[in-house]
Write a protein that binds this ligand. Structure first.
Ligand SMILES: [Zn+2]
Length: 330
């Protein structure tokens, strides 16, 4: 007896085509971790796991899966797609060419699901960022009110005076939050300065507007504005996506590159970025030398969301754009 299973849900998600089983779903990355269970260790060590003969060119298997360790009667594999879009089957046979003990159909995750998940991840990330920023703003406001009270009435004898900067920085996460805002929006890190506080206020308004944008996504593949022969794309490569108020039927067209991106965090950040392009004609992919240019650069504000939500990130989700001076973390 043997069966394939989802390592993230080993007891209830069995892969297969039998009752109560489901096909494996390859994510856009083309890599799928899979577990194989057998009734005993002798059986499992005699199982040969391979693509079905007709599918040998479509997929390959690596031994092991990140985050999972083999155990008695259990082996892990990582399926690696070698052609995109095509379904295939994985088999475990008793000995090379022997009878099939377990088989698992593998299909690609529907692109609509990939788009929907990226959108939902984006919404969650912007909401989470707003919670962080509103908390920071409240910390600063209450600290400054206390400062004002102290300077009006003096501090109690023997009680060490605490100022806003000390209090706010002692809140978990605030050193990173302040560093991200100061660095990406090019403002002083003095949280009491009007410069910092105005930038924080404007950032919150900016993200509230982003969060209110309607969902308007289209899987454009390699057509239209995503075509490799489109002049800008021919010179620079096909981007993840393009957005324009004038695009129809949807305002954001997602290219093949979006679906093939290395991970879901990249796709999440692409959505946040693209929505800023729809704010107006000045929201272009320009260089940034000052605060005003930072606010109209979609990459800058999307990077703030990325760094505040991914508390240990020191680069963009695709590994580019490293923080040369590391940010405080978490
Ligand atoms: Zn852009």
């Amino acid at each position: 007896m043997a069966h394939f299973f989802d390592p993230a849900d080993p007891y209830s998600k069995h892969y297969g085509s039998g009752a109560g089983e489901k096909p494996g779903k390859l994510p856009s990355s083309g890599n799928l971790p899979v577990g194989l269970w057998a009734s005993d260790d002798v059986t499992i060590s005699s199982l040969v796991v391979k693509p079905a003969p007709a599918d040998a060119a479509r997929i390959s298997l690596n031994a092991g899966a990140a985050g999972y360790a083999d155990a008695p009667g259990v082996r892990f594999y990582t399926l690696v797609a070698t052609t995109r879009g095509e379904a295939c089957t994985i088999e475990a046979r008793l000995g090379e060419g022997g009878p099939v003990q377990a088989s698992m159909p593998v299909a690609w995750e529907p692109r609509q699901d990939v788009m929907d998940r990226a959108w939902d991840d984006h919404i969650r990330a912007v909401q989470q960022t707003l919670t962080i920023l509103r908390k920071l703003q409240a910390d600063i406001n209450s600290g400054m009110a206390d400062d004002a009270a102290r300077s009006a009435f003096g501090t109690l004898a023997g009680v060490p005076p605490l100022d806003t900067v000390t209090v706010v920085n002692s809140q978990p996460g605030n050193p990173r939050n302040i560093a991200v805002i100061s660095r990406y929006l090019r403002v002083s890190s003095d949280i009491k300065s009007p410069e910092f506080r105005n930038a924080l206020k404007k950032l919150i308004e900016h993200l509230e507007r982003n969060l209110a944008m309607p969902k308007s996504l289209r899987d454009a593949g390699l057509s239209g504005i995503c075509s490799p022969t489109e002049p800008w794309n021919a010179a620079n490569g096909v981007p993840f996506a393009r957005s324009d108020k004038g695009l129809a039927p949807k305002k954001t067209h997602l290219c093949d590159t979006f679906f093939n991106a290395p991970n879901d965090r990249v796709r999440r950040d692409v959505i946040t970025h693209e929505l800023f392009h729809l704010f107006g004609p000045e929201y272009t992919d320009h260089s940034v030398h000052n605060t005003a240019e930072a606010f109209t650069n979609p990459h800058t504000v999307a990077s703030i969301v990325n760094r505040l939500v991914d508390r240990t990130a020191q680069a963009a989700a695709d590994g580019t754009d490293p923080d040369l001076t590391p940010l405080p973390s978490p």
